[in-house]
Design a protein around this ligand. Structure first.
Ligand code: GLU
Length: 505
């Protein structure tokens, strides 16, 4: 049964969602599921200037791909829609009016130029201009207009914004689930704009009103919003509304721990910081995405869960259900979470291991065919099983198995130097002879016969096996050499020995 717990992820569609945003979505999702609550997606699109059309689709695609679907939101209408702030304008105007009527907000008519001049004047004095309790009485606003004067001014069509009238000298004690109490005196704040001249609310007003109307019980969001917390608390008090529980998640830091992970770090680190690839039409830039690079959504999800939270022990691998069961806000860290690209690779390796070979078959066969070769299911399965521990994703499978399909085009110089000397020709003859005399060219049989022959011969194991591997693979790596030989067959094995001899002589 559903509980009253309601959380929301409230991105602004100003660009693609970076992994920090995705982590916020994930923690909200885990919290909602843990408490049998509801996870809402709300699109905060009141800033028309920064609106990017494709961003919203990107956000939803990224959440779905990563396995963190929302319960209510765009295209999943619930009882609290619409879920776009741009479609909820009337309610913001209504609540702004309410604050004005109650003397908790006011109209301000100052032009941008006037405010800029003031800013400069203050700066020249080594001071910072703040539109707030100390200055507001001197400025061009409705605080010193009577009702008639205000009516006239509004009727004249003067441009205005609505500002919050910050209470004077009020001690604000805001509780954050992650950091404890955040204490601020209201005199440190300024009179934030709640409603803009374009008829749109600002983030602060719209966010509070919607969290209230959508019955949000827990606000879980990034640390960058912590400075807004005091204002939000004052706004809740001004409206006389019950406050949700607040939890601010730690910032994601660069691998060296210095500074916030930014959207351009992906290129520098060689690993994406975006879930999906993003083409920025305006700047003609492409940002790499985990999905396109073959990272599994489960691996990314698990990695993100650990970026700022732990279960209180050393466990790092969690299924989504385990995360839901174990997640709690009191285990979210205060300190910034350092993003570690190697950790992404580690999680990927762990999750790739878990994929049943059956699921890899078709993608592998496709990748082989793409290279112009054919392979049947049985052979493909046997190759995958032989090499998969060396692979972290489907594309590695080809790279780790190309020698099953094509003879070496060249030979590793270091290996050649080590192997191509002394009685190498003689040894190659022995190998050729051995291969030729195998009637049954199955792996087990050739392995048994060749090994027993070496044991009884005057040669050390390496003296025979190393040239054999070099002939088949072209270098000293790769999976079991008898598996390769058996898979490519006797004829091809002999051909490759001849080819090496020819090319290296
Ligand atoms: N629209 C804000 C953002 O883009 C939401 C912040 C919040 O969750 O309150 O992150």
């Amino acid at each position: 049964m559903a509980s009253d717990v309601r959380v929301r992820f409230a991105p602004s569609p100003t660009g693609p969602l970076h992994i920090g945003g995705l982590r916020t979505a994930l923690y909200n999702y885990l919290f909602a599921k843990k408490h049998q609550g509801t996870f809402v997606l709300r699109i905060e699109d009141t800033d028309q200037k920064r609106y990017v059309t494709e961003a919203e689709k990107y956000i939803i695609d990224a959440m779905n791909w990563c396995g963190i679907p929302y319960d209510e939101g765009p295209l999943k209408e619930g009882d609290f829609g619409p879920y776009y702030q741009s479609q909820r304008r009337e309610s913001y105007a209504k609540y702004a009016d309410q604050l004005i009527k109650e003397g908790k907000a006011y109209y301000a008519f100052d032009t941008a130029e006037e405010l800029e001049t003031l800013r400069k004047e203050y700066e020249a004095k080594g001071d910072i201009f703040k539109y707030g309790p100390i200055t507001r009485n001197e400025l061009n606003n409705s605080l010193h207009l009577d009702e008639e004067e205000l009516k006239t001014k509004l009727a004249e069509g003067s441009n205005y914004v609505i500002r919050f009238k910050t209470p004077i000298n009020r001690q604000i004690n805001a509780k954050d689930e992650v950091r404890g109490y955040v204490q601020v005196n209201s005199d440190e704040l300024d009179d934030k704009i709640l409603f803009k001249s374009d008829g749109m609310p600002t983030y602060h007003l719209a966010n509070i009103v919607d969290d209230h109307l959508m019955k949000i019980t827990h606000v879980i969001r990034g640390e960058e919003w912590l400075p807004s917390l005091a204002l939000h608390v004052l706004l809740y008090d001004a409206f006389g509304w019950e406050k949700p529980v607040f939890a601010h998640l730690p910032l994601l830091l660069r691998p060296n721990g210095k500074g916030k992970l930014s959207k351009r770090d992906g290129e520098k680190l060689g690993i994406p910081v975006f879930p999906l690839e993003w083409n920025n039409a305006a700047s003609n830039e492409t940002f790499r995405g985990y999905r396109e690079e073959g990272i599994l959504p489960e691996a990314l999800l698990n990695m993100l869960a650990m970026l700022g939270w732990n279960a209180g022990d050393d466990q790092e691998l969690f299924t989504k259900d385990e995360l839901i069961e174990k997640f709690s806000l009191d285990r979210v860290h205060k300190a910034g979470a350092v993003f570690d690209p190697d950790k992404v690779k580690w999680f990927q390796h762990e999750y790739f291991k878990k994929i049943p070979t059956d699921h890899l078959l078709q993608p592998y066969i496709d990748s082989v065919e793409e290279k112009g070769y054919a392979v049947d299911y049985k052979t493909a399965r046997s190759i995958i099983e032989e090499i998969r521990e060396r692979a972290d994703q489907v594309k590695d499978l080809w790279e780790q198995s190309d020698f099953y399909f094509q003879a070496p085009q060249n030979y590793d110089a270091k290996a050649v130097k080590k192997i191509w000397k002394g009685d190498i020709r003689e040894r190659l003859d022995k190998i050729r002879g051995l291969v030729k005399e195998q009637e049954d060219f199955s792996r087990d049989n050739i392995k048994h016969n060749i090994k027993s022959w070496i044991e009884q011969s005057e040669y050390g194991f390496g003296k025979i096996m190393q040239p054999f591997r070099l002939a088949l693979v072209g270098e000293m790596k790769g999976p079991g050499i008898f598996h390769i030989a058996a898979t490519i067959g006797k004829e091809e094995t002999l051909k490759r020995i001849d080819q090496m001899e020819e090319m290296l002589s």
